[in-house]
Design a binder for this molecule. Structure first.
Ligand code: AHM
Ligand code: MG
Length: 344
């Protein structure tokens, strides 16, 4: 075992960094790691058992739920319930937040927002899927925690992470002091530190966007795509287009190689598709902590005030230089629109 550092060992070592926590946050992260291993086991054998395919139910956004979505949802809620460190779990799969009522959770300080299995349309075709989570401290001091405790800005996150169930399974997380990645070693059943202090390149040459929606994109995004496709050796263009359709996998790749992931507003999703609390906030926290940038095209994701649980946002996230360039094009489009309206 020499030279190997497990997630559990790493978390305990880093516990001293949390001036306010007395081990609760460490235990919460450990609980999430345990549930991730259980979900990983099922994701890996998905083709072997009758667990593939639709469950025949809809979540609150009217999207069909896959059986593994429901399985993952149940596992994370159950791990967080028995762990006792969390008083509310808000999940993409439930209409309302889930209050953890167990006696041990009564005075728990933490709120977890989670997308238990993101990119689940990829499950049936054996493509990487993920879990995304975000942790807040509850704001209210006494009584039962309420919706107001959940609706906090991304800047208030105390930790965030994702698990990618891919060619290998990794857990990547931040507590606001950099980003560390752990790869699951199936032979010992432990996440082992494999990517210490992850940094996203300042610039890159991968752009990730569902280009099939091109006609419905804002003009600024269309301009950025054209810019990405122009030949310019000095800036490594044309860029490479890579889109898996699994946010975790697309952002994980760009985090390592450098790139930009965009899910803008479209005609059919005027507020964007991805959810602020379960997807955009945690990924933005991680990418910023790795030295990157994340906005909705105009404003920093982490400063968006949430008004509802399942709120959506557009997202431009990745290497600092690339996101800034896309933002400039969005701003130019906005100015153009204002000038046109004023001169009409
Ligand atoms: P989900 O939470 O229902 O799985 O949806 C989120 C996923 C992201 O992982 C992915 O990047 C995006 O939706 C793909 O959407 P599209 O198929 O519209 O390109
Ligand atoms: Mg999702």
């Amino acid at each position: 075992m020499s030279g190997i550092k497990t997630l559990g060992q790493f978390i305990i070592e880093k516990q001293a960094d949390f001036s306010y926590a007395k081990g609760e946050l460490s235990r919460l992260l450990r609980d999430i790691g345990i549930a991730a291993k259980i979900v990983n086991r099922e994701v890996n054998k998905a083709g072997l058992v009758d667990i593939l395919g639709d469950a025949g139910t809809m979540n609150i956004q009217g999207e069909g739920q896959k059986k593994l979505d429901i399985y993952a949802n149940t596992q994370f809620i159950s791990a967080l319930t028995s762990g006792g460190e969390c008083c509310i779990v808000a999940t993409e799969e439930e209409d309302d937040f889930v209050r953890i009522e167990s006696p041990v959770s009564k005075n728990a300080k933490y709120i977890v927002c989670i997308d238990p299995l993101d990119g689940s349309s990829n499950i049936d075709v054996n493509v990487a899927v993920g879990t995304i989570f975000s942790i807040f401290r509850r704001k209210s001091i006494e009584g039962t925690a309420t919706l107001a405790d959940v609706l906090q800005k991304g800047t208030e996150q105390v930790a965030a992470g994702y698990v990618i169930y891919g060619s290998s399974t990794m857990l990547v997380y931040t507590t606001g002091k950099g980003v560390n990645g752990f790869t699951l070693d199936p032979s010992i059943g432990e996440f082992c530190l494999s990517h210490p202090d992850m940094k996203i390149p300042q610039d890159g040459c991968i752009y990730s966007i569902n280009e099939g929606n091109y006609v419905h994109f804002p003009e600024g995004v269309k301009k950025y795509i054209k810019y990405a496709q122009v030949h310019d050796a000095a800036s490594n263009r044309p860029y490479t287009s890579r889109y898996i359709g699994s946010m975790v996998a697309d952002i994980h790749r760009n985090l390592i190689k450098g790139g930009i992931y965009i899910y803008p507003t479209t005609a059919s999703s005027p507020n964007g598709k991805l959810r602020l609390l379960y997807e955009c906030n945690p990924m933005a926290f991680i990418v910023e902590q790795a030295g990157g940038r994340a906005s909705d095209g105009f404003n920093r994701i982490l400063e968006i005030e949430p008004n509802e649980l399942h709120q959506r946002a557009s997202i431009f996230i990745g290497s600092e230089k690339m996101v800034r360039m896309a933002e400039e094009m969005m701003a130019a489009e906005y100015v153009e629109k204002v000038v046109t309206v004023q001169s009409a």
